[in-house]
Structures are given as C-alpha cells and as structure tokens.
Design a protein around this ligand. Structure first.
Ligand code: ADP
Length: 443
C-alpha cells in the first residue's frame, strides 16, 4: 500500500465495486425470488469484468514488484482464484461439463487449490521470517561496526586531547616555574627591603644608644687627660703616693672607656648584621640581653620620631634562662617587630583615650621545659575580630600607608618557625594583646 499506492487504490476500487453489485443482486433475489434478466446480466459483470480485472492488476503487479515473497503469494493464490473464476463462469453459462463434475472431484480440486495456497503462504512466511532474521543480524553487525568505529574515533580523540593537554601542562609548568622564580626573587627583595625599612626605624634608636657610650668614652678620656697632666706634675715633685693614686684612677677610667667602647662596637655590629642580606650564623645568645637591647632600640627609635612619645616599659626577665642557639639579628628583628607594633598600638590609643590612660608595654622572659618564652604585652586597643585571622598573612596591615608594610608578623612567624619555635597571639582583647615567642633550646 505504501509503495504502490495507485495499484492498491485500483484493487480497492474494484473490490468495492464488486461488493456493491453483488449486494444489489442478492437483495433483489431475496425480495423478488425471481430475478429478471437484467439482474442476471448485472451479476455476470462480476466474473467477466471485475474478477479478471483484479487478476490483470495482480499480474501487472507481479511483474512490476520485484519481491520474491510477493511473487510466491501471487503464485500460491492463483490456482484457487482461477478455480473460483471458472466455477463462477460455469454458473453463469451453466456449463454442463463443469456441473457434471462429481461433487467429490470438485472437492478434491478445491482441496488441492487450498493446499497449494497454504503451502505457498507458509513457504512465504518462512522465507519472510528468514529474511527478517538475516536483516536483524545484518543490522546488529552494522550497529556493532558503527559502535566500533565510534569507539575508535573516541579513543583517537582522547589520544589527541591527551597530547594537547600534555603540551598545555608542559607550557603551564614552564610558566609556573618562571613565576615561582620571579616570586622567589621578589620575596628576597621584599625581605631585604623590610630589613632596610626596619633599619631606618632603628637608626634613631641606634644613634641614641651609641651616643651614651660615646659620651662616657669622651668624658673619661678628658678626665684621663687631666689626670695625666697631674701625673706629670706629681712625677716632677717625686710624690710616689700621689702617682700611684692617679695611676689607679687612670686604670679604672681606662676600663670604663674600654667597656663603653665595646658596647658601642656591639651596637654597630648588630646594626650591620641586621642589614646583611645573607643568612646569619647561629650563636649562643642571652635572650634577656637581646630582649632588652632591642626594646631600647625600638623605644628610642619611636622617641626620635615623636618627642612627646612616652610609654611605661616594664620588664621581667627570668635570670635562670639558659643561653640559646639562635641567629641573633633574626630574633632581634622579630622582637623589634613585636615592640614596634606594641608601641604603635598604645601610642595610637593614648591619642584618643581618656586622660587617665597610661600606655604600657610589658616584656617578660621565662625559662620553659625546653627553652625560653618571651611575652610581649601592651594595653592598646587590641586586634578586631575580623583582622585576627589575617595578621600573620603577608601585606596585611591596618596602619596608614607609609607606616606599615604588613610584612612584620609574617616574616617574624617564618623566622621563629625556622628556629623550630612558635609565634602566637596569646591574648587579645579591648585592653590590649600579648604575643608569645617560644624559642626551643633543642630543635
Ligand atoms: P605592620 O605592622 O606593618 O602593619 P605586621 O605584620 O607587623 O605589619 O602587623 C599586621 C597587623 O597586625 C597590624 O597592621 C595591626 O593591625 C595588627 N597588630 C599587630 N600587633 C598588634 C598589636 N600589638 N596591637 C594591635 N594590633 C596589632
């Protein structure tokens, strides 16, 4: 029906026509019993025009349609239909030779025709079934082939993508390596510039610290010069007792000059150490001395910048502290950062606080089980909650531009970690903070 629409419609039309004619004849026969001549004539249209017409159409299709199954159907149906045609003709013509066939012969021929029909129909069905099976198998094979092809395509694509990815990874790794090197160089520069910045802060403190021993050296030198003049006079008069007394004074003054000279020397040395870019050597260090030395440096540094700066400093150093092996200038930098932050916090608070507020920075050391703990406390305004997590991050600062780099605590943290110790925020509140530095004797 789908492939040969026209032929199909023709067959349907003929069949419909046949039904109408037969219907009319039958009804007439039922009602009138004795059909007139024209009814017989009309009824004879069926076997002589319609049925042959259908046979012709079917035969036409037989040659047109190149389908084995259809051919078999037509061949199978042909004898039976032909038999039907013959019997209908014989009825019309009342052919005596047909009618004279015995009932048995008639039935046998009919049976043969029907068997022929069934045989061919079954054969066709079997063939069709086989065809379908083959078709399904073929389709399965085709599907498998397509799936295989797709799989191959996919694996090829994956292979290509892998290559692209590998190339990208290599490129990115190279870029990352570059950036890492840049970062390392920048970090080195930053550490160095931080050092130089804190050295700048230190200069005023250092100047003050050196001034003190220098004053002593100068004063005692002058005194010694006068004593020497006296000594010459006493030597001229031969007063041995006086000469001895003057010599003792000279000696005492000389010792003082040497001691203060050494102090100035050590301050200059530590300043030089502080500015050096190379990694310093570890040396046995008295933490109490170091803590005090840098507290003074930091305090005087602040005072040099601001004359009004005045903070109460309280120190509690544990005399039983053992000497610890540290890089002096590094621990000095850590302490300097903590002191500077503490001084900044209390001094800023004092600018806005009530008159009764007394800015105070407290530094204490304590011997612990495996080292020394330094506590730096202040009574400033503390660190606000949202900033607390960030204070150890590089570049985090709440200070105005030019006053803070945000590197102090992060560098200090790294230094203390490198010493196997710990730097923690121990207390934080509206009444100030305490930072703890734990330096172990054994790493
Ligand atoms: P900087 O001092 O250059 O800002 P730091 O890393 O030393 O960098 O400090 C980071 C921040 O931590 C400071 O800007 C400040 O907000 C906070 N901070 C550090 N110490 C104190 C302190 N003693 N009191 C209050 N805030 C502090």
């Amino acid at each position: 029906k789908n492939r040969y629409r026209l032929w199909d419609s023709m067959l349907q039309f003929i069949a419909f026509f046949e039904l109408i004619i037969l219907g009319i004849v039958e009804i007439y026969m039922l009602l009138a019993h004795n059909a007139p001549g024209w009814v017989w004539l009309t009824s004879s249209i069926v076997p002589f025009t319609i049925i042959p017409g259908m046979v012709i159409v079917t035969l036409g299709l037989y040659f047109k349609v190149k389908n084995k199954a259809f051919h078999m159907l037509v061949i199978g149906a042909f004898p039976f239909n032909f038999w039907l045609l013959l019997t209908s003709w014989s009825e019309v013509f009342s052919q005596s030779n047909f009618m004279s066939l015995s009932d048995e012969t008639f039935r046998i021929i009919e049976l043969i025709c029907i068997s022929w029909l069934i045989l061919f129909f079954s054969w066709t069905l079997f063939m069709r079934y086989n065809e379908l099976r083959h078709e399904i198998a073929r389709k399965d094979l085709e599907r498998e082939r397509l799936a295989k092809e797709k799989e191959q395509e996919r694996s090829q694509l994956i292979e290509e993508q892998k290559l692209v990815l590998e190339n990208t990874v290599t490129e990115r790794t190279a870029e990352l390596k570059d950036s890492l090197e840049n970062l390392r160089a920048t970090q080195k520069q930053l550490v160095q510039s931080e050092k130089m910045a804190s050295l700048g802060e230190l200069t005023a403190g250092i100047a003050h610290e050196i001034q003190n021993p220098l004053n002593f050296v100068n004063n005692f030198s002058e005194v010694n010069a006068e004593l020497l003049t006296e000594l010459e006079a006493e030597a001229a008069s031969g007063n041995i007792e006086a000469i001895r007394a003057i010599a003792a004074d000279l000696k005492a003054n000389e010792e003082k000059i040497t001691s203060h000279g050494k102090r100035a020397d050590s301050i200059v040395k530590s300043m030089l150490q502080h500015s050096r870019a190379t990694k310093g050597e570890e040396e046995l260090t008295d933490i109490n001395n170091l803590a005090e030395e840098f507290l003074n440096l930091s305090y005087h540094g602040y005072r040099a910048k601001d004359n009004a700066f005045n903070v109460n400093m309280i120190t509690e150093f544990d005399p039983s502290n053992p000497q610890v092996n540290v890089v002096r200038q590094d621990i000095g930098r850590v302490l300097l950062n903590l002191y500077n932050n503490a001084f900044y916090a209390v001094w800023e608070k004092s600018k806005t606080a009530e008159k009764s507020y007394r800015p105070e920075v407290r530094v204490s050391t304590k011997k612990s089980d495996n080292g020394v703990t330094i506590a730096v406390s202040d009574n400033g305004s503390g660190i606000p909650g949202d900033a607390m997590e960030k204070i150890f991050q590089p570049f985090f600062t709440t200070k105005p531009t030019g006053q803070g780099t945000g590197l102090g605590l992060s560098l200090s943290y790294d230094i203390i970690k490198a010493h196997g110790g710990e730097l923690t925020l121990d207390r934080n509140g509206k009444d100030g903070v305490t930072f703890l530095v734990i330096i172990p004797t054994e790493k």
